[in-house]
Write a protein that binds this ligand. Sequence first.
Ligand SMILES: Cc1cc2nc3c(=O)[nH]c(=O)nc-3n(C[C@H](O)[C@H](O)[C@H](O)COP(=O)(O)OP(=O)(O)OC[C@H]3O[C@@H](n4cnc5c(N)ncnc54)[C@H](O)[C@@H]3O)c2cc1C
Length: 426
Amino acid sequence: MDARIVVVGAGPAGLCLATALAERGFQVDVVDRQSAETLATPPFDGREVALTQTSIQLLQSLGIWRRIAEADKAPIARARIMDDAAAGFVADSASVARDRLGVLVSNHVIRAAAWEAASTHANIRFHGDVSVERLETGPVSAAVGLSDGSRLQARLVVAADGRFSALRRMRGIATSTHDFGKTMLLVRAHHARSNDRTAWEWFGRGQMRALLPLGDRLSSLVLTVDAAEAQHWRELSPEQLGAELALRYEGRLGAVTPESTLHAYPLVATWAHRFAATRFALVGDAAIGMHPVTAHGFNLGLAGVRHLAGAVAEGAVRHGDPGHARALAQYQRRLRTSGALIFAGTQALAHLYTDDRRRALPLRRALLQAGSRIAPLRQALAAHVTADLPLRESPLRHVWGALRALRPQPRTVGRTRGFQDSSLTG
Ligand SMILES: Cc1cc2nc3c(=O)[nH]c(=O)nc-3n(C[C@H](O)[C@H](O)[C@H](O)COP(=O)(O)OP(=O)(O)OC[C@H]3O[C@@H](n4cnc5c(N)ncnc54)[C@H](O)[C@@H]3O)c2cc1C
């Protein structure tokens, strides 16, 4: 059996998938437009990723977790969710029967560790500094044509090329896209007062603030603002930035000194209508690109890695074909099942807390007040900050269902439900 698989995109999802497939004995070609040198030492990009226990276990099994230094793993002890009128509540790790709510690791650190694991694996070949110009899929095999003129043929091509995936478009897969019209700003900063290892999510009129604790007096500070305001923040000197942040956090942190540059991300959520087609699959942000408010994007990407690697292995055993249509259909079903609820809940929360029209405000207040009194709701709301999901699916479904019902009508709509089931013949 020819068990070659091409993975396009050496981001965290693509590298984790390549390693998971290589560990199962498949020969994997990984393609990225970045060079091996850049991928080995990726620059700081502002993102601090809150990892769930399930994600950590997968990273452990792939030999990635042990490549991350202990000093780069920041535990979250508590989560505080509040609004401008100081309504809100605190959830701690005891309330979810764990020793911590989650672990924060910088995205560039995850990328470097995932690269180290993949680039040293005997079953993985890397093609850097090239992009994919052509995609061919047929009943027996698929191939990609690269910008250096070479062509890679395989039983399966996987697109892990991010939320604006060029391969998804080449394959003709429609995607629901919602542009929130907001920008998320992130900066690492030292501050005079302790953060008490508490993650904050702080909802206010016209803005969302968050704090991710990286050390006692070191945090990632996160602001969600509109595009014009983002431009203003980008133009500040480090001193001005520190002074504005201290004001924006209303003195709760004391004096603030930026440790990193400011990073800006336009907030756009995407959901591909199909996660698989003939000899082709999508994984990571290429399949589902989440709003970061619930900190679940990469966690869901890893769930996709687990589902796809499992389905491909099953395809090889049962049908002698890692890209068999039934295996890909199974992957699509599993990812839809694990992704639909969390994506819809995230969209609902993001709308509720970025909508400043009068009717949204009492709903927000009511939700926070209810959270301070009702333990399961408090846990569900804390879970969206900490990326850990302590609840069984059924109560979580009720909470997300309620959030969907409360959701104000968006200005432009990205469909989040009722995606067509597609056959894998297209
Ligand atoms: C501000 C912010 C905070 C976040 N916080 C969290 C969090 O707390 N928890 C969490 O779980 N998730 C979080 N996320 C989400 C998480 O960062 C993403 O889900 C994850 O990085 C996506 O990884 P990926 O490999 O799918 O895509 P990417 O990281 O986008 O990688 C795509 C790769 O494909 C390559 N590529 C693209 N096009 C081509 C092409 N045509 N040819 C060849 N190569 C190509 C690129 O060079 C890149 O290496 C956050 C996201 C943001 C924006």
